[in-house]
Design a protein around this ligand. Structure first.
Ligand code: DP6
Length: 324
């Protein structure tokens, strides 16, 4: 038996309360809850086709044949087990933003593969069920199944849930591209190394649990100033914890620091904007709609390399007939 091919888009997400630490490396259960915003436009477009003529799964990422893809294989095997299927998948995936540069490309990549493969296998799974499967491939991908402000909390049911929809708090997001190159240390390995060696790791987990209810509260109140303070604090705490790994892991570059200096200056002038940085050198800026024109003109006058987006609604099917 063969299935129809299907193509989907899954957005990436940027964590404000960040996931960095695993309780279980196989299942990617997290040491503490995380909260992200789902981006509009930017993410991965992925086509999956299960075929009887293939001997092994194939992945073509951004036009390149990838020989080894354990995270994707984990997700495919989990989905195939629902149907007892041994069919192999041909996957073609493209990111419309820099891959592996600390802009959560694994989040959109894994979410899009999971979503497309589940539809291609004609499985009828909810976003929450898909998120749980996708998480096994890459933790942060579970938050890409919902739009708006999304939380991932392994001790709650459901583990992934929406806090606010994009309409309830529409914010603009700027991705400042310090580097379009892939990072040297993958976030999976860096996270494991950091957890094992950073003297600050225990404190990082304790502090993340302490900040979680505060994040929830300021998001529900839509308090931009407080959300900015908390997000910057948590981001800096993560990078301090990462830097204290042995050997040290340094994601930032001089340009990253220069952007942080500029943002501090703009904040002093009264511009309501805050930053966050994932596992890479690139800087993400978040602002309310009424500050966006001013922020954009500042970035343009710097001739910064940036992508502008806003908070988005989540994944969608691009084409393909699902025959149930
Ligand atoms: C800094 O989800 O890429 O972006 O579960 O090992 O695949 P794995 O890690 P990954 O880590 C993302 C880390 C982060 C923070 C976040 O997105 O919450």
């Amino acid at each position: 038996m063969s299935y129809q091919p299907i193509k989907v888009f899954a957005p990436t997400n940027i964590a404000l309360l960040k996931y960095w630490g695993k309780v279980d490396k196989e299942l990617n259960t997290a040491t503490h809850p995380s909260i992200s915003i789902t981006l509009d436009h930017y993410g991965s477009e992925t086509e999956v086709c299960f075929r009887s003529d293939l001997e092994k799964d194939q992945l073509i990422l951004n036009g390149k044949d990838i020989p080894h893809f354990p995270k994707v294989s984990k997700v495919l095997n989990a989905l195939r087990s629902f149907k007892n299927s041994s069919l192999r998948a041909h996957i073609r995936s493209t990111n419309n933003f820099p891959t592996a540069a600390g802009l959560a490309s694994s989040a959109s990549g894994l979410a899009s593969v999971t979503y497309a493969a589940s539809l291609a296998l004609e499985l009828d799974l909810s976003a929450i069920e898909l998120a749980e499967i996708s998480k096994q491939g890459s933790g942060s991908s579970c938050r890409s199944f919902l739009g708006g402000f999304v939380q991932w909390h392994d001790k709650e049911d459901p583990k992934v849930s929406q806090i606010l929809s994009p309409d309830q708090w529409p914010l603009d997001v700027y991705l400042l591209l310090v580097s379009r190159d892939g990072k040297k240390t993958s976030s999976t390995q860096a996270m494991i190394d950091c957890q094992q060696t950073s003297v600050f790791f225990k404190e990082w987990v304790r502090k993340s649990w302490e900040l979680y209810p505060l994040f929830r509260e300021v998001i529900e109140r839509r308090d931009f100033k407080k959300l900015g303070d908390l997000s910057e604090k948590h981001c800096l705490l993560m990078h301090k914890t990462i830097l204290a790994s042995h050997p040290p892991i340094v994601y930032w570059s001089d340009q990253t620091l220069e952007y942080l200096r500029l943002v501090r200056g703009w904040q002093r002038e009264g511009l309501e904007v805050f930053f966050t940085i994932d596992a890479g050198a690139n800087v993400v800026l978040v602002c309310e709609k009424n500050s966006s024109v001013q922020l954009q003109s500042k970035l343009e006058s710097l001739q910064a390399d940036f992508l502008k987006t806003c908070i988005g609604t989540g994944p969608m099917v691009k084409w393909g007939q699902v025959v149930c």
